[in-house]
Design a protein around this ligand. Structure first.
Ligand code: SF4
Ligand code: SF4
Length: 301
């Protein structure tokens, strides 16, 4: 069976599909959304995470780093030179307090299923199950298919969260094992879509239509980013899209949140979204939802 490149497994998730779920996050994404909530998910390769607050200045990591990517600050704590670091991971096992850790590891289907099955009673009580997220889970279709097959053998409900940016044969392959598609739609205007995500939206819209016409259960999820796609024109685009897709299970707006900024330092990454972009107020989110409802859109949340 295939292994998947995973960067996190979250048990007791309540925002990634119906009920209580286990969400498995796969590493690697073809998009570059400016507001990506999981910046460590984009690169398909494992990455070094460093949390300086956990460093106890023991000095063990300096002994094993071959490219000399680690130096000491005045307190003896490690400083990572990202230009030199090759993400070899040699330093992580010697760091007892886990200030240094590698994020992204290959896990076999059986090992993931073992984690998923731990909460099967909760799934049964809440109508929950397993969700594959990322990153972009469609980049690892063999693993996704095997994992979902294994989950279905245990009667577990299967969701996938996707940007939709993949070839149709990947959707075809997974259609039989996915119970619910959480399909992201990020921007109506093609030029802005490319500016915000690094990719055009034509492919994504074609896949959405194909998936809908094939009879798949789909929930459209729309991240709303103030000063970017949180505009009347995009809300109107969501209305038009939901009218073209009459069997859509609904639309869920995902208000921007900025917790991802705290992760950047851990991975030596830089933000591409201005600091001035702030999460919307509750009232603003309510007004967006009302705007859609008034135009006949079945809004979730
Ligand atoms: S991951 Fe490898 S190259 Fe990077 S700091 Fe650790 S030991 Fe050095
Ligand atoms: S091994 Fe870990 S705790 Fe020790 S100096 Fe390096 S980063 Fe700090």
């Amino acid at each position: 069976m295939n292994a998947g490149r995973i960067f996190d497994i979250q048990r007791f998730s309540i925002h990634d599909g119906p009920g209580i779920r286990t969400t498995v996050f796969l590493k690697g994404c073809p998009l570059r959304c400016l507001w990506c909530g999981n910046p460590e998910s984009i690169d398909p390769k494992p990455q070094l995470s460093y949390v300086a607050d956990k460093c106890i200045a023991c000095g063990e990591c300096f002994k094993v780093c071959k490219p000399n990517a680690l130096s000491k600050d005045t307190a003896g704590k490690a400083v990572v030179d990202r230009a030199r670091c090759t993400n070899s991971g040699d330093c992580a096992p010697v760091c007892d307090p886990k200030a240094l850790e590698m994020v992204g590891r290959d896990m076999a289907v059986d090992d993931v299923i073992e984690v998923v099955l731990r909460d099967r009673d909760y799934y049964a009580q809440s109508g929950g199950g397993l969700t594959l997220s990322g990153g972009e889970p469609l980049l690892q279709p063999e693993f996704a298919e095997d994992l979902f097959h294994a989950a279905k053998n245990h009667g577990i409900h299967c969701c996938i969260e996707t940007s939709g940016y993949a070839t149709w044969d990947v959707f075809e392959r997974l259609r039989r094992v996915v119970d619910l598609w959480l399909f992201d739609f990020k921007e109506t205007d093609p030029r802005l879509h490319e500016k915000f995500t690094g990719r055009e939206n034509q492919t994504i819209l074609e896949r959405l239509q194909q998936l809908h016409d094939a009879g798949a259960a789909i929930l459209l999820r729309c991240p709303m980013i103030p000063g970017h796609n949180a505009r009347k024109e995009h809300l109107d685009g969501i209305v038009a899209l939901s009218r073209r897709l009459p069997r859509l299970g609904g639309v869920e707006l995902l208000p921007y949140y900025d917790l991802w900024r705290a992760k950047l330092k851990r991975f030596g990454l830089t933000a591409h979204l201005p600091e001035s972009v702030k999460p919307p107020t509750r009232e603003t989110v309510k007004s967006w939802n009302a705007y859609l409802r008034d135009r006949g859109v079945r809004v979730r949340g």
